[in-house]
Design a protein around this ligand. Structure first.
Ligand SMILES: [Zn+2]
Length: 242
């Protein structure tokens, strides 16, 4: 016999459904996931009536939690790719169009990025195809930007950097002073050239001043006077969640 059962109650006329899961727990627990699905866990020994009245006594809290989850879901960038989705590339906004095809390719035309795939229903495949496309673009752009900045800053006595590109969650770039490797976030390809320059200069400056302490920003400012505005732009704009 399944240890799951579905129950519901009404809160101010609104039906609320939850799944009751019987398991070895001491108390009655209510869990609401990111899709607003409610799971209640309780031991086999707890009478259904007790569980029901406990859950209903928490109705207001449940409704409040679900409302805040929904609010959060509306504001966070969705990380899916689908026709109509807004995408960024080199500071410009595009609309994605996904087409079923017997070839796999991505075409940028006007304001549209068309993704041709042999399996349009497989979003993971489409995402992977798009990530490969972004990497290709990044390889066309990042080396030249980093090198230009290096040539400008060479006189500061910095080593020639080795470029690596990685998809990173929290940082635009990193600098390893031991190996001379500068890693640029693949996501940077969505921002404009000035933003990419700003990050390249920032990481190159770390060869001279390792932290963000004394002197760091005065050096950076020499090469990118408007780094602050650029940083602000890139931290708020150009996020498409892909
Ligand atoms: Zn830094």
């Amino acid at each position: 016999m399944s240890n799951l059962s579905v129950h519901s109650f009404k809160y101010m006329g609104i039906p609320v459904e939850y799944t009751l899961k019987r398991k070895k727990v001491k108390n009655i627990n209510i869990h609401i996931n990111e899709k607003c699905m409610i799971t209640v866990s309780a031991s086999e020994r707890t009478p259904v009536g007790d569980i029901k009245s406990f859950v209903e006594s928490k109705a207001e809290w449940i409704m409040r939690s679900m409302a805040s989850i929904e609010r959060y879901n509306l504001t966070k960038p969705d990380n899916e790719i689908y026709t109509g989705k807004k995408l960024y590339l080199l500071g410009r906004q595009y609309t994605a169009e996904i087409r079923q095809s017997d070839c796999k390719k991505i075409q940028v035309c006007g304001d549209t990025i068309t993704i041709y795939t042999d399996d349009a229903g497989d979003t993971d495949k489409v995402k992977k195809l798009y990530a490969d496309f972004l990497r290709e673009k990044a390889l066309e752009v990042f080396p030249a930007v980093l090198n230009d900045m290096y040539v400008k800053m060479k006189a500061e006595g910095i080593p020639e950097p080795v470029l690596k590109i990685r998809n990173m969650k929290t940082r635009w770039g990193t600098c390893n002073i031991k190996t001379d490797v500068i890693t640029l976030n693949l996501q940077l390809i969505k921002t404009d050239i000035d933003c990419i320059r700003q990050v390249a200069a920032h990481e190159l400056t770390h060869f001279i001043v390792h932290d963000h302490g004394s002197g760091f920003y005065s050096i950076l400012e020499k090469y990118v006077p408007d780094w602050k505005e650029l940083k602000k732009t890139m931290d708020t704009k150009y996020k498409d969640g892909i």
